[in-house]
Write a protein that binds this ligand. Structure first.
Ligand SMILES: [Zn+2]
Length: 372
């Protein structure tokens, strides 16, 4: 357990990134540390959906020197800092007061216990029915390494400890097969086994483990440190199958089928929506629900293909509503309404990692969109 009195920005970001690795953010995103240094100490943290001047002001008043927000305040390059836009003013104010700004955005959208899990539960889906709507391709790799039999256990343990072999609700998944390895040490080598110039054959184990790309460097390094050989024979492959624990949106089932209007009313009250924009009701019960916190119109076809009766998300454009085409009900609940619960999620996660640490939920965190 970390001493809450000596936390640094690095401690906080390392903890958050073990939950939502930055490598999972989308290409347009700018998650991560936007202002501040990793070595800065942190006394308390303010969590918000958006980082605005008001939120920075709240941090100043609370004495919080780190703000963790879902949306990054900076998305594109800033060339001037003269306070002409709210983005510049927010960044300038944070720097002036020594407040670190950290964003945990689409990487938190893309993990199975992130934004969409929370949203799916809020709209009433059974927790054990949840699965990622669009699993991420190219997010699994395989590492194969050849190890003298007696060191196989040590090497596999080191790789597991670095995060290899995690598949769904299982860890330490690996496969081992015995075989015979051959090699000939050349002049200048310093062999663990064998004599210079003579072919050696050794009973070895071939270890195979799956690894997520963002853990690959750590796993390879752990493997090489634990391996007795000077040159470690190994291979790394990108696997074709999708990673069902990471990706966009979520699909879930309701405990009981619900009439469409009744379901939309439930969603409206669960998310605190002033209104829901939706397509024609289709006169059938809602059993399967697809959700995506924030802008999720890109998942419409995935939701239809998965057999969802309703897609709960936001930011649909006028013409995109026609694409429902009587195959699904689109429920546009509003961007803020689909994501405000993310802040609770972040607060609880920080408290879990650092139980005695001061974490505040921002009050100045309003929806910029009003309805009347
Ligand atoms: Zn959002």
């Amino acid at each position: 357990m970390q001493d809450a009195n000596n936390l640094t920005v690095r401690d906080v970001t390392t903890a958050l990134e073990s939950w939502a690795p930055p490598a999972l953010q989308e290409s347009y995103d700018n998650s991560g540390l936007l202002v501040g240094r990793m070595s800065d100490s942190v006394d308390s943290i303010l969590v918000s959906l958006d980082c605005t001047e008001e939120v920075v002001q709240e941090a100043i008043e609370l004495g919080a020197n780190m703000i963790v927000s879902h949306h990054p305040i900076v998305f594109k390059g800033l060339k001037r800092f003269n306070g002409s836009t709210y983005v510049e003013r927010t960044v300038m104010k944070a720097i002036a007061h020594g407040i670190a700004l950290y964003a945990i955005h689409t990487n938190l959208d893309n993990v199975s216990d992130g934004v969409n899990m929370k949203l799916a539960k809020l709209v009433g889906c059974k927790p054990d029915s949840l699965r990622i709507l669009r699993p991420k391709p190219d997010a699994l790799m395989q590492v194969v390494v050849y190890v003298p039999e007696e060191q196989a256990q040590k090497v596999s343990q080191a790789m597991f400890a670095a995060g290899a072999g995690e598949i769904g609700a299982y860890d330490e998944c690996g496969w081992t097969v015995p075989g015979k390895g051959t090699f000939r040490p050349l002049e200048g080598a310093n062999p663990h086994i064998g004599i210079i110039g003579e072919r050696e054959s050794v009973v070895e184990s071939k270890l195979e483990v799956v690894v997520e790309p963002w853990r690959l460097a750590a796993v390879i390094s752990a493997m090489q440190n634990a391996h007795p050989y000077e040159q470690v024979a190994h291979g790394v492959w990108t696997l074709q199958q999708v990673h069902d624990q990471v990706g966009s949106g979520m699909l879930g089932e309701l405990p009981q089928p619900m009439e469409e209007g009744a379901f939309l009313d439930t969603v409206k009250s669960a998310l605190g929506c002033a209104t829901i924009r939706h397509t024609n009701l289709l006169g059938r019960d809602v059993r399967k629900v697809a959700v995506c916190g924030g802008s999720g119109s890109f998942l419409l076809q995935d939701a239809i293909s998965a057999g969802a009766d309703v897609l709960v998300t936001s930011d649909f454009k006028y013409h995109e509503f026609f694409d429902a085409d009587k195959r699904i009900v689109i429920a546009d609940v509003g961007h803020y309404e689909s994501e405000w619960q993310t802040t609770d999620l972040i607060v609880n996660r920080i408290k879990k990692y650092f139980p005695n640490f001061a974490v505040h939920l921002a009050e100045a965190n309003p929806n910029p969109i009003h309805y009347r």
